[in-house]
Design a binder for this molecule. Structure first.
Ligand SMILES: *Cc1c(COP(=O)(O)O)cnc(C)c1O
Length: 388
């Protein structure tokens, strides 16, 4: 662990300066690295010497980015991927064997759900699900071949909270690997390793970049688990590009102040919606009315930037609301400087049956707002005119 505070590491944890004494870390756009002689090359490949060989394995820019996330999450090691999904898939690919079993929360990111239902079963890896309000059932889902306990919190798009301390206890008792997708919280708001997680995954595409420019992913955890993930990944090739790592490492320098402001704006948006007569309910982790408010307070620094609410009038009202939005973007992304509004029932989750949608908390009138960094009065004014 570092002696510095979060904000300081985010800025000062930097690749060594080159002979040009640059202040900001330069971009190392190189696919490979050269050796002085045969002996250096041999020692490097034998890993007797720690250095960059080839950018699929490591690169100064990806190393800088990974080291920052490792410190922020209180982990030992990490590896950076081209996307959040390549981080999720490679983590499972590296650690699971044919016939293993996963216990996961039901509301996971759409592509993660596809991985569980469509792709991992090819290797005879099956997944059992628990619903948010059924955490007492988790232990009954564990089988002799269960290897991983997996969850996202806050969840998408319902903004539910799962108790990380509880998951940590269950994982320890049953000797499972606890893997948490910490994307919605960012390393600034929540550190699952403190609660017993073995591995933490981020899609860096969201709040870590925070400006809608690049894709990226990262997995951090213990030295030995990351070693397996690293070896799997260096051979199968999902590495993050040095350019994206350079952008993302710069983004981390401002993560804390951006996320603070995102959360401040989101809280005001949530309070506005709670007082609006056209809204049935609002879900925001730091609103007292949130069903898991106490758990959110225990494990998160602030409530995040995602607000979910149910508009009165179902699917039609949801679609009409989207059509009246003037400033906010209609987009499937989240965690951008620009506020983004989505209506899951008619867009991202339209292919699910109503029953399946309800199981993950997506009612017909549910709207998800990724609150951005515009002036909060302008965000609220846009939502207000669209609700009328
Ligand atoms: C976006 C997202 C992912 C996937 O990340 P990509 O960078 O788009 O591949 C995984 N998990 C969560 C919770 C996400 O929001």
């Amino acid at each position: 662990m570092s002696d510095y505070h979060f904000e300081t590491d985010a800025i000062r944890n930097q690749t060594e300066r080159s002979q040009f004494s640059e202040h900001s870390t330069p971009l190392y756009l190189t696919s490979s690295f050269v050796f002085d002689d045969a002996e250096e090359m041999r020692a490097s490949f034998a890993e007797e010497k720690q250095r960059n060989l080839y950018s699929r394995f490591s690169n100064p820019n990806t190393t800088e980015f990974v080291d920052k996330i490792v410190k922020m999450e209180g982990a030992e090691a990490g590896y950076a991927f081209a996307t959040g999904m390549s981080a999720v898939f490679s983590t499972f690919g590296a650690l699971l064997n044919a016939g293993d079993h996963i216990v996961s929360c039901r509301s996971v990111f759409g592509s993660t759900h596809s991985m569980f239902t469509k792709y991992l079963p090819k290797w005879n890896i099956e997944t059992s699900y628990f619903k948010i309000n059924e955490t007492e059932k988790i232990e009954s889902l564990i089988q002799p071949n269960t290897k991983v306990l997996y969850a996202e919190t806050p969840t998408n798009p319902g903004v539910d909270i799962i108790d990380l301390e509880l998951l940590g206890e269950i994982a320890k008792k049953h000797n499972l690997l606890l893997i948490i997708d910490n994307c919605f919280a960012t390393p600034y708001l929540q550190n699952p390793i403190k609660f017993g997680a073995d591995l933490v995954i981020h899609s860096a595409t969201k709040l870590i970049d925070g400006q809608g420019r690049v894709l990226g992913g990262v997995t951090v955890g213990s030295e030995d688990l990351i070693r397996e993930i690293y070896l799997f990944s260096r051979n199968t090739g999902p590495a993050m590009s040095p350019f994206n790592a350079w952008v993302l490492s710069k983004s981390l320098e401002t993560l804390s102040i951006r996320v603070e402001k995102h959360c401040e704006n989101a809280m005001k948006v949530a309070e506005f919606l709670e007082d609006n007569a056209t809204v049935n309910f609002v879900k925001y982790p730091f609103l007292k009315s949130h069903p898991q408010y106490e758990v959110a307070k225990k494990q998160m620094r602030l409530g995040g930037n995602i607000v979910a609410f149910e508009i009165k009038g179902g699917i039609e009202a949801g679609r009409a609301f989207l059509n009246k939005i003037k400033m906010c973007s209609l987009s499937a992304n989240l965690g951008d400087t620009r506020s983004i509004v989505t209506h899951p029932a008619s867009t991202t989750h339209a292919s699910l049956s109503e029953e399946d949608r309800l199981e993950v908390g997506i009612t017909d009138g549910l709207v998800r707002v990724s609150v951005g960094l515009e002036h909060v009065d302008d965000i609220i004014a846009d939502l207000k005119q669209a609700l009328q």
